[in-house]
Design a protein around this ligand. Structure first.
Ligand code: CTP
Length: 396
């Protein structure tokens, strides 16, 4: 499972650092390529020579090491994964505040790969509110946490705060890569953002969708190995994932064509807020301010999700969204059945912190088999993980 994986380990100043040589040996045995960065404080607990011998790579400590500049940006890009273990209270705090005073933090701040942390602290520090706040903050930004264990601590006390054992960390990394590569070979179509329906050459009818949720889902699918096509309405949000094919559209008609003229998708996620109605006629010239009241007639657009649901083949997973302001569950279930979706993600505008434009959301997932799952309030990035976990479960 770890064969060929590039793992960058960051070691901080904690007694648990003595376990890292065992972890490095495990990872190398599993076929991983390992590079190591230490904070200066970590060198008091474990030797650089031991680690460089076991990892078969030089160990880096300073931003300027042996008269050369350690390229933290390239290290972060080289890695498939950055593991910070043991993670001290001090480095956790710097990760949250962005205080960049050593190579490890500089690399963390520029890492484009996923980051996993294995904290190690004495029990009272572990339970301190500040630690809890810092941990919650870095988790919200996407860091995964390997839970601390209960047992004998450096202080001589017994309690929570021990770093997970090397075998536990190895197993965690194995299941992380198993999930990460779970969608290799799968093709996915995602829609995101609003649609703009032109009234005349300068005006349109649109909606408040920012595209953040759809883009986060596209990125999560791509991170797990899927080949992703993202059909995007007019949005300001961007993706750094160059593997995602982006098709830009404006109107519901253009989005419909972009989705229905392509096929062979194993996963389809319709996160876009598609206009239900479009003006019957788009004026060729700008409408002048002459009449006191003007009337614009609208006609229904084609429902992309309903059309894809009707054509759905065995084994394909179709996910729709529902934005409801009343009778939420009833309406969501109606969409699930009528649009022949496998899953409906229901957004509610009633919860504070959920909805348009912001970075957080709280959704309810309605499955075809009757299961209902609430995600709770979290970042759209983490909600995207929950949705892709649900899709992976359905594919199994
Ligand atoms: N949808 C679509 N094509 C449309 C309208 C909606 O594919 N022309 C998709 C959306 O992308 C979403 C789902 O259908 O995945 C539900 O959209 P929503 O606006 O909540 O519901 P509607 O079906 O449009 O019904 P209503 O507006 O009456 O709630």
């Amino acid at each position: 499972m770890l064969s060929g994986k590039k793992i960058l380990i960051g070691i901080t100043g904690s007694i648990a650092a003595y376990k890292i040589p065992f972890l490095v040996r495990n990872l190398i045995k599993e076929g991983a390529e390992v590079k190591i960065i230490m904070t200066p404080a970590a060198t008091d607990f474990v030797s650089k020579l031991t680690l460089s011998t076991l990892s078969k790579n030089p160990v880096l400590i300073d931003l300027f090491d042996e008269q050369s500049w350690a390229n933290h940006v390239m290290l972060g890009r080289w890695a498939d994964l950055m593991l910070i273990a043991p993670l001290s209270c001090n480095t956790l705090s710097k990760m949250n505040s962005g205080q960049c005073d050593n190579l490890l933090i500089a690399t963390y701040l520029s890492a484009t790969c996923p980051v996993i942390i294995a904290p190690a602290m004495d029990e009272d520090m572990w339970h301190h509110q500040t630690t809890d706040d810092n941990l919650t903050a870095v988790q919200k930004r996407g860091c995964r946490v390997i839970p601390v264990e209960f047992g004998e601590l450096a202080s001589g006390l017994t309690g929570e705060g021990r770093m997970a054992e090397p075998e536990t960390i190895t197993n965690f990394l194995q299941s992380f890569f198993k999930d990460k590569d779970a969608l290799i070979g799968k093709k996915a179509l995602v829609t995101a953002g609003p649609t703009y329906e032109a009234i005349d050459p300068v005006r349109f009818i649109g909606n408040h969708s920012s595209g953040k949720m759809g883009y986060a889902i596209a990125e999560e699918l791509a991170d797990r190995g899927a080949e992703v096509t993202l059909v995007s309405g007019p949005v300001h949000v961007k993706t750094n994932n160059s593997s995602i094919e982006i098709i830009k559209t404006a109107s519901a008609e253009e989005m419909h064509f972009a989705c229905t003229s392509r096929n062979g998708f194993d996963i389809t996620v319709m996160a876009a807020a598609v206009a239900d109605y479009t003006p019957v006629e788009t004026k060729e010239q700008k409408i002048k301010k002459t009449d006191d009241v003007i009337n614009i007639s609208f006609k229904k657009t084609k429902d992309i999700l309903t059309e894809l649901g009707a054509q759905k083949k065995e084994g394909q997973i179709l996910v729709g969204f529902a934005l409801e302001t009343e009778h939420e569950e009833k309406n969501a279930l109606k969409k699930l059945n009528e649009k022949k979706a496998d899953l409906i993600v229901m957004n509610s505008l009633q919860e504070e912190g959920a909805g348009f434009g912001i970075d957080t959301n709280s959704v309810t997932l309605f499955y075809k088999n009757g299961n209902i799952q609430k995600t709770g309030m979290k970042s759209k990035k983490l909600i995207a993980k929950d949705i892709v976990d649900a899709i992976s479960g359905l594919l199994k």
